[in-house]
Design a protein around this ligand. Structure first.
Ligand code: 5AD
Ligand code: FES
Length: 345
């Protein structure tokens, strides 16, 4: 049995086998073809869309890689009001979105009460939509409150599953242990959980990536988001180089093989490092795209990394642009919540 068939058959590959897959391009064609067969077995040619609403770029954290880190005094900060968020949902619904992703920095202004109020209003107005939160590390009780208010999914990338690497990417107040606690709490509460990591983040080794894959196996997420690390000039990592297209695509295929039913986005970061990055991501096994639904006036300000695409476009333009891109890659966008097949009734 080839190494790729064994990966797809959920056999436990050794570290040295995973290392061989990750470090050479020898397997790339077979990986990509197998990943596409598997994605089509579970999801056909369907691609799910998520309307991304970046509602605050205030953040109390100071992650070394991130452009909206607290210490970046050049970031122009903004918050969207409840009314603004709801009006983005209204526009998104009209454009065929059945998932809204509320993403923001860790902003204490949005107390649990405020978050719950926003979530419950979206829930009431759009009973047929999924509500995804991506607002960082919180106590279990907060996650439970958002869930009870109507949130059904949560995105929190673990960023790296190696303790030493984690502490090279984050200031001392943050820990991998708490990150993991959050992810297991979210799962336990009943959320569909998304995790993931950056590819080519500073100091990342192949061994770190193997730990990421093994950690994801332990967590069993419904969604896995990865994208290349991209430099931002106002961070301590301003001189570090960005992650590669090739390795990101290879990892998308490996993830598709290891997690056949996972929802895997072709991310904006992938589209930023190469004009056809998202199309290539879809062909490598991704089955989700996340058009930007934030008001155009704030888009440039949500700058996690440099040269982020889609910052000048209206929501309808992004939606249309992605429709064409998805078709050109050989797939089709569907109007659907896009739940993981394993949890559909
Ligand atoms: N490059 C690429 N991705 C980044 N993220 C944060 N900063 C960067 C960067 N400089 C990713 C992190 C985070 C997600 C919202 O964006 O993985 O979890
Ligand atoms: Fe936003 Fe193409 S996806 S403009």
């Amino acid at each position: 049995m080839s190494i790729i068939s064994r990966l797809a058959a959920d056999k436990n590959l050794s570290d040295s086998e995973l290392k061989a897959l990750l470090e050479t391009n020898e397997y790339d064609d077979e990986l990509c073809e197998t990943a596409d067969i598997i994605r089509r077995t579970w999801y056909g040619a369907d691609v799910y869309i998520r309307g991304l609403i970046e509602f605050t770029n205030y953040c109390k954290n100071d992650c070394f890689y991130c452009g909206i880190r607290r210490s970046n005094k050049n970031a122009e900060r903004y918050r969207l009001s409840r009314g603004e968020i709801l009006s983005r949902c209204a526009e998104g619904y009209g454009l065929g979105f059945r998932t809204f992703v509320l993403q923001g920095g860790e902003d204490p202004y949005y107390t649990d009460e405020r978050v719950c109020r926003i979530v419950s209003e979206i829930r009431r107005k759009y009973p047929d939509c999924a509500i995804t939160l991506s607002i960082g590390e919180k106590p279990r009780e907060s996650y439970k409150a958002y869930f009870d208010a109507g949130a059904d999914r949560y995105l929190l990338r673990h960023e790296t599953a190696d303790n030493a690497h984690y502490s090279r990417l984050h200031p001392s107040g943050m820990s991998l242990e708490n990150r993991k606690r959050c992810l297991f709490d979210l799962k336990d509460i009943g959320y569909q959980v998304g995790s993931g990591f950056m590819v080519g983040s500073p100091y990342q080794t192949t061994e770190n990536l193997i730990s990421d894959l093994r950690f994801l196996k332990e967590l069993g997420p419904h969604m896995i988001g990865i994208g290349p690390y991209i430099t931002h000039k106002d961070t301590p990592f301003k001189d570090k180089k960005s992650g590669s297209l090739e390795l990101t695509l290879r990892l998308i295929s490996i993830l598709r093989l290891m997690f056949p039913t996972a929802l895997i986005p072709a991310t904006t970061a992938l589209g930023t490092i190469h004009p056809l990055g998202r199309e290539m991501g879809l062909k490598a096994g991704a089955n989700v795209v996340m058009p930007n639904l934030s008001p155009v006036s704030v888009r440039k300000k949500y700058e996690l990394y440099e040269n982020k695409i889609c910052t000048g476009e209206e929501a309808a333009e992004c939606r249309g642009c992605l429709e064409r891109r998805v078709i050109s890659a050989g797939y089709k966008i569907v109007v659907d919540r896009g739940d993981n097949v394993e949890i559909r009734d």
